[in-house]
Design a protein around this ligand. Structure first.
Ligand SMILES: NC(=O)c1ccc[n+]([C@@H]2O[C@H](COP(=O)([O-])OP(=O)(O)OC[C@H]3O[C@@H](n4cnc5c(N)ncnc54)[C@H](O)[C@@H]3O)[C@@H](O)[C@H]2O)c1
Length: 283
């Protein structure tokens, strides 16, 4: 079975590493510091237990056995025999650029690079490597192990063989792919950020409360979550960051960030992760 390198042990990297390890793959999970890797190990352990008890998902192995397939490490040299790299590092182009140059040097020529990004161009990421035909976007959804589909992005140079191998790989961990072409924000974030931003304007203009806005989406449109609950879940700082990328990329005022969102982020109201956003969360 292929060896999988997962870069970045934050929110997404943890979920990706867990999902592959649960599916029987050997994984190397790389981050910058052991402290982050320790937190990742603990969270993956808890998530496997949580998945069994709260989501009724059949996890047939003990968490210790699943965790034993993940090598938590800081050394990029461990990636030299990996077949696929799934990159989940911080959504900043300068950070991604350094990472792709490094893995391009270290990894096997045939290794495929999967970029997990919310908004940035997959074609630009691929340009940091000498193998743009083997670079593809994979926009996983959070929480990764519980989602059944991945938005897959074909960069300008992505080869058909790369798409085929990515589809096979993701199918082995229980994911269907939805293949789209590369423009910033792809389909999901290009549309959902307009919803979330406009919902914030509606609250700012006192047209409706956050509860009323979300109820219209849930009760009238039968969405599982409203746009403001979704923004709180993603993190309002992340939403603002993505809106700024979309605004710069398209040079289109429709992505200008709602002042209320900016004010909430300045006030430390990030949503679920800080305990308060459009809603208040108690542990
Ligand atoms: N959070 C989401 O809901 C979500 C959903 C889909 C895609 N994404 C995308 O996934 C990527 C990761 O997002 P996240 O929410 O997990 O971010 P995060 O901030 O939780 O984690 C990023 C991790 O990358 C690590 N990192 C930074 N530089 C590194 C390097 N040189 N080598 C190894 N690790 C490094 C950081 O230490 C951090 O642990 C981003 O591009 C984001 O846009 C996020």
């Amino acid at each position: 079975m292929s060896k999988i390198g997962v870069l970045g042990a934050g929110v997404m990297g943890r979920g990706v590493a867990q999902n592959f390890a649960q599916s029987g793959y050997d994984v190397v999970l790389i981050d910058l510091e052991n402290r982050i890797l320790e937190q990742a190990k603990e969270e993956i352990y808890n998530n496997i237990r949580f998945q069994t008890f709260f989501h009724n998902q059949k996890v047939t192995e003990e968490p210790e056995i699943i965790l034993s397939r993940i090598n938590f490490a800081t050394d990029y040299e461990l990636l030299k025999d990996a077949t696929f790299i799934i990159e989940n590092v911080t959504e900043k182009m300068d950070i991604k650029e350094k990472v792709y140059k490094r893995i391009d040097e270290v990894c096997l020529d045939e290794c495929i690079f999967l970029a997990n990004t919310s908004c940035v161009s997959v074609t630009q990421i691929a340009s940091f490597t000498t193998r743009p035909e083997q670079v593809i976007g994979t926009h996983f959804m959070n929480p990764v192990p519980l989602k059944t589909a991945v938005e897959v992005i074909r960069g300008y140079h992505t080869a058909e063989e790369t798409i085929k191998m990515t589809e096979e790989l993701l199918s082995n961990i229980g994911k269907e792919i939805i293949l789209v072409n590369d423009y910033p924000g792809f389909v999901s974030n290009r549309i959902s950020h307009l919803f979330m931003n406009e919902a914030a304007f509606v609250v700012q203009d006192q047209v409706a409360t956050p509860e009323e806005v979300d109820d219209i989406f849930k009760k009238c449109y039968s969405h599982k979550m409203g746009p403001l609950e979704t923004a709180d879940l993603i993190g309002l700082d992340t939403v603002v960051h993505s809106l700024n990328i979309l605004y710069e990329s398209y040079q289109d005022s429709k992505y200008r960030c709602c002042p209320l969102l900016l004010k909430m982020v300045s006030a430390g109201l990030y949503g679920r992760k800080s305990g308060k956003g459009f809603y208040t969360y108690v542990e």
